[in-house]
Write a protein that binds this ligand. Structure first.
Ligand code: SF4
Length: 351
């Protein structure tokens, strides 16, 4: 298995809770609790010259993450022995099923790619996010050309064979391609899910229900941004009325959290969260400040202002007023601020 897991960098406060044992949790103090998100990357994105033509690509976003995550990287096409350089492969729909073919050699490598991907992914341990190469018949997450026949026209678009397995094996992980990550909203969603998944994994590694209660408390506003009903559903799981063992409750919570975080939070519920938080601050704000903030909310609703701008204003007021309930909320800083970059490719989000 050609999994490459570089040693972690030294600075590692990535917004995750400290590693510690909880009395009665069945876990010893000092037991490994993840300290930074683990991100699996297509190897050709800055880690190795493994493309079919022997090239390596660079992604600014991947580069920028280096101090904040632990990377693992792999090239599935090299993994199944196609070598570098190699004749390109393509996806072809044949008799209603999707095949991965190498037209220059007439090889059908579908079975090899599917079983290699499954073996690799089930053996790779905890992963919080994937950054995969766009448009690749192996790694692409949704924009891969599917041909009507070996030499025929493009029939549709879909996900590559490795990416399909990724989405099946890691329902809680953040999954994106490097092209889509040039879009501000997609990047914000990806980073939010990535760091939230890592914090949940950290709570799960502690193993005590108190860690899940803390996770739910700190993510209350963030989860509210996905709607009131999903938040209530997660709250009912945490309340654990059946007194189920902690491991079972964590599993149940993960099964509800994964589908919830798959799509970005919508402006409507996010505006509700902003107004909810604002309600805790209004007594201490002047009439001018209140009017200014409500104008900003409308600009956000009309997509003329990024969410980050409102969070910065609210964050400053929360620091000034010292509201403990708001101070712990991950909604205001779901990932390290150094990763916030407001450039935008203008790509439309897939919502
Ligand atoms: S896109 Fe995937 S399969 Fe293709 S070179 Fe990159 S890592 Fe390898």
């Amino acid at each position: 298995m050609d999994l490459q897991r570089p040693s972690p960098a030294k600075s590692d406060e990535a917004g995750l809770p400290p590693a510690h044992g909880i009395p009665g949790s069945g876990r010893a103090a000092g037991e490994t609790v993840p300290r930074r998100p683990v991100v699996a990357v297509s190897e050709c994105l800055g880690f190795g010259a493994v493309r079919y033509n022997g090239q390596i690509l660079q992604s600014r976003f991947v580069e920028g993450l280096r101090n904040h995550v632990e990377f693992v990287h792999t090239c599935p096409e090299v993994g199944i022995g196609l070598g570098v350089p190699r004749e390109p492969v393509r996806l072809v729909e044949r008799d209603g099923s999707l095949r991965m073919l190498q037209p220059a050699t007439s090889r059908d490598v579908t079975g090899e790619m599917e079983s290699w991907s499954r073996d690799f992914l089930t053996g790779m341990g905890a992963v919080d996010g994937f950054i995969l190469k766009s448009r690749s018949p192996t790694c692409g997450i949704g924009d891969v050309k599917v041909y009507a026949s070996e030499g025929g026209p493009v029939k549709s678009k879909g996900a590559g064979l490795f990416a399909r397995e990724v989405m099946e094996c890691f329902p809680l992980a953040a999954v994106e391609d490097e092209g889509r990550l040039t879009n501000l909203k997609i990047r914000h969603h990806f980073l939010t899910v990535l760091f939230t998944a890592a914090r949940f994994r950290a709570a799960r590694a502690i193993g005590a229900l108190s860690a899940l209660v803390r996770f739910q408390t700190e993510h209350k506003l963030l989860l509210m941004g996905y709607g009131q009903e999903p938040l209530r559903r997660l709250g009912r799981i945490v309340a654990n009325p059946r007194r189920a063992p902690a491991g079972e409750v964590f599993t149940c919570y993960a099964e509800a959290l994964g589908p919830l975080l798959r799509k970005p939070a919508q402006p409507g519920p996010v505006v509700n969260v902003l107004q909810h938080a604002f309600g805790y601050l209004t007594d201490d704000l002047s009439g001018k400040e209140r009017r200014y903030f409500l104008e900003l909310v409308e600009e956000y609703r009309d997509e003329r202002l990024p969410l980050a701008a409102l969070l910065a204003v609210l964050g400053a007021w929360i620091i000034r007023e010292g509201v403990p309930y708001l101070e712990v909320q991950r909604f205001f800083e779901p990932y390290p601020r150094e990763l916030l970059e407001l450039t935008d490719s203008g790509l439309r989000t897939r919502i």
